[in-house]
Design a protein around this ligand. Structure first.
Ligand SMILES: [Zn+2]
Ligand SMILES: [Zn+2]
Length: 241
């Protein structure tokens, strides 16, 4: 009965607000979890293997580490990104993050789960899942933390504890405006462990939505290692080009 009412409410809402593809704005016969038409959905592109062993960047077969990782040591044990941050997926992530389309969180978490199912070593032996924190001001503006939303859905599905371990203690410049070295400097000392968290010896999976140079994940990982974490693996939904 409840199911019938929910379906009825959905049909009514579809009549009032006909669903459109988030990317190409084409009318959708039926709302989907990512709000993409079949054409745009097919354009979501996996981050192609092989990966740099450390940062997960797609590389050719010429070495285990990418050129950036041979130059600079990022602090996480390893990082992997499931898809390329471009086209239709970029639009879905932006609608989720900046346009308040919170229902897209379920579809994005499902995409991340698809990746985990194909790469189970990512979660092998993990004790806790946590996420990159937002600055307080940004949290007030946006009303939610997109990385926490993804991490907690995954944690629920694979039945691993998802504690809120990190906090951002000072404001930093927008990372998009900085060079790679500038990004690393900008974030130094920007995070701390939340009071009362005991993470000694834990193997942690750190989740974020998009990875670009890896500086944010690296600084968060350093904070976790300094507090005694045994391992920090990072997982992001998408990788910036
Ligand atoms: Zn479309
Ligand atoms: Zn690398």
């Amino acid at each position: 009965m409840n199911h019938a009412i929910t379906e009825l409410a959905k049909s009514f809402l579809n009549l009032l607000f006909p669903p459109h593809c988030v990317n190409c704005k084409r009318y959708l016969d039926q709302a989907t979890d990512l709000m993409l038409c079949a054409f745009c959905n097919r354009k979501i592109c996996q981050n192609p293997k092989p990966y740099c062993e450390r940062c997960g960047r797609s590389i050719d077969n010429s070495g285990a580490l990418c050129a950036e990782c041979r130059k600079t040591k990022l602090h996480f044990s390893a990082a992997r990104s499931a898809y390329i941050y471009d086209g239709a997926l970029k639009e879905v992530i932006r609608a989720f993050k900046y346009k308040g389309k919170l229902t897209l969180g379920a579809g994005l978490a499902r995409l991340l789960m698809d990746f985990i199912k194909e790469n189970e070593d990512m979660i092998l032996g993990i004790d806790a899942i946590t996420f990159v924190p937002l600055q307080n001001g940004r949290m007030r503006e946006r009303g939610f933390n997109q990385s926490k939303a993804l991490a907690s859905r995954i944690a629920e599905e694979i039945k691993i504890h998802c504690p809120d371990l990190l906090e951002k203690i000072r404001s930093t410049k927008n990372q998009n405006e900085l060079s790679r070295d500038g990004r690393l400097c900008n974030l130094r000392g920007a995070f701390r462990i939340r009071r009362g968290s005991d993470i000694k010896g834990l193997r942690i999976l750190l989740v974020d939505d998009v990875m670009t140079t890896g500086s944010t994940l690296s600084e968060c990982s350093k904070t976790l290692f300094d507090a005694g974490a045994a391992e920090v693996r990072c997982l992001t939904l998408a990788r910036g080009l």
